[in-house]
Design a protein around this ligand. Structure first.
Ligand SMILES: NC(=O)c1ccc[n+]([C@@H]2O[C@H](COP(=O)([O-])OP(=O)(O)OC[C@H]3O[C@@H](n4cnc5c(N)ncnc54)[C@H](O)[C@@H]3O)[C@@H](O)[C@H]2O)c1
Length: 262
C-alpha cells in the first residue's frame, strides 16, 4: 500500500456531521480526499477535499464521478461511506413519519422509498469501485452503518415526563442500516483474497444540538451516561484507514459506549 503522503480516500456524505469531522482529521494527516455529497453547503470543505456534487442514488452519476476521480489519480486506497438519510432527533419538529402513541408505523411507501435510497447509495458506490479495487494489490472500505442496524432503537429514549413520545427513530432507518453487516461479510468472504479489507462501523448518538429531555433519558439509559463525540468516531475511522492491521476484516465494530451491553 502507498505511504501516508500519497494515500487517496473517497468519502461520501463528506458534508454531514461526521463527514466534516473526518475530512478535517484526515486532511491533517496529508491524505488526498475526494468528497462526495449532494451539495457543498460548507464553504470550508474545499480546504479539506476535492468536492464532487452527486446524488448517489443515481448509478450513472456515481459512475461518472468515480471515473472523473480516477482520471486524477491511479488508485484509491480507501472508500469511506457516510452518506445516508439520517433521522436526527433534533429535527423532530419535522413531520414525524409515525407516532408510537397512536400505535402506527411508517407506511410501506415511505419505508420502501427510504430503503431504496439508502441501499442504492452504498451499492452504487461499491458496484462502481469494486472492479478498480480488485485491480489493486490492496484496498479498503469503511462503511458507516448504525447500532440501529443490529439492535432496535429503545423507544424509552424518546419519552417525556408525562409518558408521551416526542420522537421515534423510524423503522426504515433500522431496516436501511441492517444491510451493512451482511454487505460487509459478503464482500469480505468473496474478495479478501484479492486484497480487499472491509469493515462496518456502527456509531451511536453523535448529535449537534441535543434536546434536553433526550439528553436526560440518554444519561439514564447509557452505561457511559453521555452521548458520543464526533471526534471519537472520526478517530476510529482514521485508524481503519491508516492501520497496518489488515487482518481486521469483515467485522462490524460497534461504537456505542456500552449501550448494547447493558
Ligand atoms: N450521527 C449519529 O448519531 C449517527 C449514528 C449512527 C449512524 N450514523 C450514520 O452515519 C452516517 C453519517 O452520519 P451524520 O450524522 O454525519 O449524518 P448527516 O445527515 O449529517 O450526513 C449525511 C450526509 O449524507 C448526504 N446524503 C444524503 N443523501 C445523499 C444522496 N442521495 N447522495 C449524496 N449524498 C447524500 C447528506 O447530504 C449529508 O451531508 C449516516 O449514514 C448516519 O445514518 C450516524
Amino acid at each position: 500500500m502507498n505511504n501516508l503522503e500519497t494515500k487517496n480516500v473517497i468519502i461520501t456524505g463528506c458534508n454531514g456531521l461526521i463527514g466534516r469531522q473526518i475530512c478535517n482529521l484526515l486532511s491533517d494527516n496529508k491524505i488526498n480526499i475526494f468528497g462526495i455529497d449532494l451539495e457543498d453547503k460548507n464553504t470550508d470543505l474545499s480546504k479539506f477535499c476535492e468536492f464532487y456534487c452527486c446524488d448517489l442514488t443515481f448509478e450513472r452519476g456515481v459512475n461518472s464521478v468515480v471515473e472523473n476521480i480516477y482520471k486524477k489519480v491511479d488508485n484509491i486506497d480507501c472508500f469511506i461511506h457516510l452518506a445516508g438519510i439520517d433521522y436526527k432527533v433534533q429535527e423532530k419538529n419535522k413531520k414525524l413519519n409515525f407516532n408510537l402513541d397512536q400505535n402506527s408505523i411508517s407506511s410501506p411507501g415511505i419505508v420502501m422509498k427510504s430503503l431504496s435510497a439508502n441501499v442504492s447509495m452504498v451499492y452504487n458506490m461499491i458496484y462502481s469501485l469494486l472492479p478498480k479495487f480488485l485491480n489493486q494489490s490492496y484496498s479498503r472500505i469503511v462503511l458507516i452503518g448504525s447500532v440501529y442496524g443490529s439492535y432496535s432503537p429503545n423507544p424509552k429514549l424518546y419519552k417525556t415526563e408525562n409518558s408521551k413520545y416526542f420522537y421515534q427513530k423510524p423503522i426504515e432507518y433500522s431496516l436501511s442500516k441492517s444491510i451493512f453487516p451482511a454487505l460487509t461479510k459478503y464482500l469480505c468472504a468473496h474478495y479478501a483474497n484479492q486484497g480487499l479489507v472491509i469493515n462496518n462501523v456502527e456509531p451511536h448518538a453523535i448529535i449537534d444540538n441535543p434536546d434536553k429531555t433526550f439528553l436526560e433519558n440518554f444519561k439514564e439509559l447509557s452505561p457511559m451516561e453521555r452521548i458520543c463525540k464526533s471526534s471519537e468516531i472520526a478517530d476510529l475511522i482514521k485508524y481503519l484507514v491508516l492501520s497496518k492491521c489488515f487482518y481486521l476484516n469483515g467485522e462490524t465494530i460497534r461504537v456505542d459506549g456500552g449501550w448494547t451491553v447493558a
